[in-house]
Design a protein around this ligand. Structure first.
Ligand SMILES: Cc1cc2nc3c(=O)[nH]c(=O)nc-3n(C[C@H](O)[C@H](O)[C@H](O)COP(=O)(O)OP(=O)(O)OC[C@H]3O[C@@H](n4cnc5c(N)ncnc54)[C@H](O)[C@@H]3O)c2cc1C
Length: 376
């Protein structure tokens, strides 16, 4: 959530919109020229780099189909939080209030009064809701913004489990070979949709030491095992961890019980993970309430969409103040219908091509990850 005064942008709480310090985002792709311009500047500063490791599809039983290296995949060199902090340090117009959780929005005398459990957090000209889920719905319910609240309430989100696991040795692969990829979208396994070797991806030069992996569940598995994310029962955590590790074993084509035990694990549930419906607009803005919503879920479900949404809403808030501007012309997304998004359980990425090994694969007519060309 963030709120704005005309001359300075105040961000609440400890996040730059569009980025968060978390282990979920695996890589991002670039499609739009405005995002490309930003990413090129980040590349020049060393804030992001291309991830050249092999990525592809891993089918149940250990069959791996690599993607072509193009389009390029990017990762934040020192993590997304560092990238966000670097962006902030470039401007003096943005003032971030860290560790501030807004629980009430109240319009008063043409200004928005924000508070955290009764503690005032300032008065602002405009507000932007840059998160979603139950908390955003609660916040908007009493805000006097019926159109914005209605749109937010229509959003439905999937749940995804993320398991970080560290192994003493490289994971085995059938035929006594090395695992042939650094990242893979997993097909045909209920409990796992993505796996990546973080050690190889982030510390390519490290030849010894632990092997750290990220495993993400499918949305279906997240739904089957949904619990309150702040209070995960131990029995659920144990069952999910075992279920996901069994899924990894099956995906790699290893015999039952042969996946080595990790010496460290961390399990997390993204209760409000990715959108299962979207209005397909860059942002939502109520010019009369001076309130808007931005977020990846309005367009796609990836970092690029989050950035473009933030830019779109910033433009609306900025241009509505132009002399002679007709506020009505700045209304956007207030009545858009929601449709199911295209793509994958962990988001949509630019069209990715799979190298065909053998056989004929039908071409899908869905865009994003599923719209791939198979090359011989
Ligand atoms: C499991 C998973 C895997 C993903 N993998 C990828 C990937 O590989 N590549 C990719 O491009 N994208 C991926 N995504 C999508 C990516 O995470 C999102 O596109 C991106 O984080 C959206 O950014 P955002 O700023 O819109 O929202 P968020 O990052 O969700 O930020 C919302 C912020 O609002 C804050 N907030 C919430 N409530 C309040 C309140 N009441 N007051 C104040 N602040 C509040 C939250 O703390 C949070 O920091 C993944 C998502 C998930 C869940």
């Amino acid at each position: 959530m963030f709120a704005l005064n005309i001359k300075t942008w105040k961000l609440l709480p400890s996040t730059v919109p569009c980025f968060s310090n978390r282990s979920s985002e695996q890589f991002f792709t670039v499609n739009d020229s405005r995002f490309a311009e930003l990413v090129n500047a980040w590349l020049d500063k060393g804030l992001v780099r291309e991830w050249k490791g092999t990525v592809g599809e891993l089918h149940n039983g250990g069959e791996f189909l690599p993607f072509l290296p193009s389009p390029p995949r990017y990762i934040a060199t020192n993590g997304m939080r560092f990238l966000a902090d670097s962006l902030l340090s470039e401007t003096h117009l943005v003032n971030v209030e860290r560790l501030c959780w807004i629980s009430k929005l109240e319009p008063f005398n043409g200004m928005w009064h924000l508070s955290e459990n009764g503690k005032p957090c300032g008065k602002f000209d405009a507000i932007v809701v840059a998160h979603n889920g139950k908390c955003a719905n609660r916040l908007l319910m009493t805000s006097g913004l019926p159109l914005i609240a209605k749109q937010m309430k229509r959003l439905e989100l999937s749940s995804i489990w993320a398991l970080l696991a560290a192994f003493e040795d490289p994971l085995p692969f059938p035929g006594n070979t090395e695992v042939p990829f650094e990242g893979a979208f997993v097909r045909g396994i209920d409990s796992v949709s993505w796996m990546a070797n973080n050690t190889k991806k982030l510390l390519a030069s490290q030849s010894d030491g632990p092997n750290c992996w990220t495993f993400l569940s499918t949305a279906a598995y997240g739904k089957q095992n949904k619990v309150p994310q702040e209070n995960i029962p131990t029995a659920t955590a144990t069952r999910v961890k075992e279920g996901m590790l069994e899924g990894v074993e099956a995906a790699l084509g290893l015999s039952k019980g042969s996946l080595p035990k990790p010496f460290y694990t961390k399990l997390q549930l993204w209760g409000a993970a990715l959108p299962t419906n979207t209005p397909g607009v860059p942002c939502i803005f109520d010019p009369f309430g001076r309130a808007g919503i931005c977020g990846d879920w309005l367009l796609d479900s990836n970092i690029e969409a989050a950035v473009l949404s933030g830019i779109a809403l910033a433009n609306h808030v900025y241009y509505i103040q132009s002399p002679g501007a007709d506020p009505g012309e700045f209304a956007v997304g207030l009545n858009h219908e929601f449709q199911p998004p295209e793509g994958h359980d962990i988001g949509q990425f630019q069209k990715i091509h799979v190298i065909r090994c053998q056989g004929n694969y039908p071409e899908s007519n869905i865009s994003g990850l599923n719209s791939r060309e198979y090359l011989t």
